[in-house]
Design a protein around this ligand. Structure first.
Ligand code: ADP
Ligand code: MG
Length: 391
């Protein structure tokens, strides 16, 4: 579906549902991490890149204090008053909590909101680690600004989206997804500092393609496993802090300091901490390798990230291992690793740009042979951060 077809599809569906055409078109992209798994909530670094798959929110002012929304990706719809924002209750309508939550935090931050009719359409796979939830939050925040007539600082918009997801939806995510969707740039990855909430553009060498390899393996246990990992990292910080009081997150711990005190940590906690500390330094190393296209270095960094994620952080599941094997044998592969939080979902490969098509078909075939699953494999390029689709 090209952009024109997508516009027509959403316009027609909007007209059918709301009896008029939308007046505002808001969009926010998904994203993929090229390095930095689970480093965001440890206030470290991530090399993140927006992708050219995004969520649209077509909207039209209502003139009252109600929000009516539907999605072309999931069943059900929501109608709620801005004067009394409650969670949906019904699990089928949980997706509407992302919208309710953004409305709630925006109001709590002092913004006066206007009601709207809205229709959502996304080309980001839902629940696969490319941050469809953050894209939905950012598209919603753009729509409220556009229709209510106020302007948010972009970093503040990301923070509020994270707050909505943490406090209203009840997902204890870090800032990475919202920051990337809000501040991502066309044509470059971002080196994000999750403590300072600043980022640096890192261009990717033009001969290198970025390919998403979606295992299509359902992500299971992700909620509890994610919470366990966070707790283990926090437990590690508490012990290390007793040795060196200036340590407030794993971001502050060098590998030397870690090695000095690692025997004081329970073994599982030490494993988790080691991964985060090493992953942070890999992100910083990638900053130089990516623009120069240093193939050997890229291969080594991505591979070490996967091995650490599998053996130390233990977020790999068998379909990811099968995908990793397929990617490493794919024509033109430079490097490959996990993406998102792990436990299934998407992975990512750097591939010689002129081999991308052959890589995609070779990997799909090998992965299906190994698992019986039909993956989804496609190249992506860095797209602009959240904003208006049509000004
Ligand atoms: P990810 O952010 O990696 O895609 P999450 O589990 O964090 O995975 O978020 C996915 C959830 O976000 C979906 O299950 C749904 O509730 C909501 N969501 C995201 N995009 C849409 C959409 N286009 N329409 C409706 N709900 C969506
Ligand atoms: Mg998400």
């Amino acid at each position: 579906m090209n952009t024109q077809e997508r516009l027509e599809r959403v316009t027609n569906a909007f007209r059918t549902r709301f009896g008029a055409e939308p007046s505002s078109w808001c969009r926010a992209p998904g994203r993929v991490d090229l390095m930095g798994s689970h480093t965001d909530y440890n206030l470290g670094y991530v090399m993140t890149m927006t992708v050219d798959r995004d969520t649209w929110l077509a909207a039209r002012p209502r003139g009252d204090r109600e929000v009516h929304v539907a999605s072309l990706n999931l069943p059900g719809s929501a109608q709620f008053s801005l004067d009394d924002i409650q969670p949906a209750g019904d699990s089928e309508l949980r997706w509407t909590d992302y919208i309710r939550g953004v409305a709630k935090v925006l109001q709590e931050a002092g913004h006066r909101l206007a009601g709207f009719d809205g229709l959502i359409h996304s080309t980001i796979p839902l629940g696969s680690g490319l941050s469809s939830s953050a894209a939905l939050e950012m598209a919603t925040a753009i729509a409220f600004q556009e229709l209510s007539g106020f302007h948010l600082d972009t970093v503040e918009m990301a923070r509020l989206g994270q707050r909505a997801e943490n406090q209203f939806v009840g997902v204890n995510c870090g800032i990475l997804d919202q920051y990337s969707s809000a501040l991502g740039r066309a044509g470059a990855a971002l080196l994000l500092d999750c403590r300072d909430l600043t980022s640096l553009d890192v261009p990717i060498h033009p001969d290198i393609g970025v390919v998403i390899c979606d295992t299509k393996a359902p992500r299971q246990l992700i909620g509890t496993e994610y919470t366990d990992r966070r707790r283990q990292c926090e437990a590690g910080v508490r012990v290390l802090q007793q040795r060196q009081p200036e340590i407030s997150s794993l971001r502050d711990v060098s590998i030397d300091v870690f090695q000095r005190y690692q025997q004081d940590l329970p073994p599982a906690v030490a494993q988790r901490c080691r991964f985060i500390i090493e992953e942070n330094s890999r992100v910083l190393e990638l900053k130089d390798a990516l623009p120069h296209g240093d193939r050997q270095k890229l291969h080594h960094l991505l591979h070490a990230s996967y091995v650490g994620a599998r053996d130390l952080y233990e977020i790999a599941v068998p379909p990811m291992e099968a995908m990793m094997n397929a990617m490493l044998q794919g024509p033109g592969v430079i490097g490959a690793r996990q993406a998102g939080a792990g436990f299934g979902g998407c992975m990512v490969a750097l591939v010689e740009a002129d081999h991308v098509e052959r890589f995609a078909s070779g990997v799909a075939e090998a992965y299906t042979r190994a698992t019986g699953l039909q993956p989804s494999i496609y190249p992506v390029v860095a797209a602009p951060g959240a904003g208006l689709l049509l000004a």
